[in-house]
Design a protein around this ligand. Structure first.
Ligand SMILES: NC(=O)c1ccc[n+]([C@@H]2O[C@H](COP(=O)([O-])OP(=O)(O)OC[C@H]3O[C@@H](n4cnc5c(N)ncnc54)[C@H](OP(=O)(O)O)[C@@H]3O)[C@@H](O)[C@H]2O)c1
Length: 164
């Protein structure tokens, strides 16, 4: 099964200057719990934005650039299709961004973990529009706002109708 995980602020904003804009430890914890032990699939920009390889997760990077040299243990795919075909052999793999990769994988995704961050940010990268009617919301819960998690946020899980 292919899942997607993303944090989206008002207006669909997901990033700026190839980095995340907000700091929301509750969401980082959620991301870690959900993806722990699994394959994570990302675009080359997102890979290069990571401060380090995320522990206990296998990194797959999609890039058309034949000269792209990934560190040991990181798999590189030259197309979305090839990564998708390989991911189908797994119980679950997670598409973790960014915008280009979300857009390309969206038709194949069965489940989406979307953290809504209810705040206006100035961004330059956006989550693509998706057909909400094609999905059912199977869970939603509000995150706790406190001094470390300043922005109201909500964890929403969608499953594609008729596929999961
Ligand atoms: N809020 C969130 O949850 C979240 C999560 C992840 C990322 N982000 C943010 O998203 C932004 C990055 O997104 P982005 O859209 O600029 O970049 P991206 O999707 O991470 O990576 C784009 C790159 O992926 C490769 N690629 C894209 N489509 C491809 C295809 N069909 N076949 C082969 N390779 C393909 C290309 O690499 P080559 O140029 O090497 O060919 C392309 O330049 C950053 O600001 C990041 O912080 C936010």
């Amino acid at each position: 099964m292919l899942s997607l995980i993303v944090a989206v602020a008002n207006g669909g904003v997901i990033g700026k200057d190839n980095s995340l804009i907000w700091h929301l430890p509750n969401d980082l914890k959620f991301f870690k719990e959900i993806t722990n032990g699994h394959v994570i699939i990302m675009g080359r920009h997102t890979f290069e934005s990571l401060p380090f390889l995320l522990p206990n997760r296998e990194h797959w990077v999609v890039s058309r650039n034949k000269g792209f040299n990934a560190p040991d243990g990181v798999r590189v795919f030259s197309s979305v299709q090839s990564a998708y075909e390989e991911a189908q052999q797994l119980d679950v793999a997670f598409v973790i961004g960014g915008a280009q990769i979300y857009e390309a994988f969206l038709p194949y995704v069965d489940r989406m973990y979307i953290t809504e961050v209810h705040h206006d940010f100035d961004g330059d990268t956006y989550f693509p529009e998706f057909d909400a009617d094609a999905f059912t919301v199977v869970s939603e819960s509000d995150g706790t706002v406190d001094e470390k998690n300043k922005y109201p946020h909500r964890f929403v899980t969608y499953e594609r109708k008729g596929r999961v």
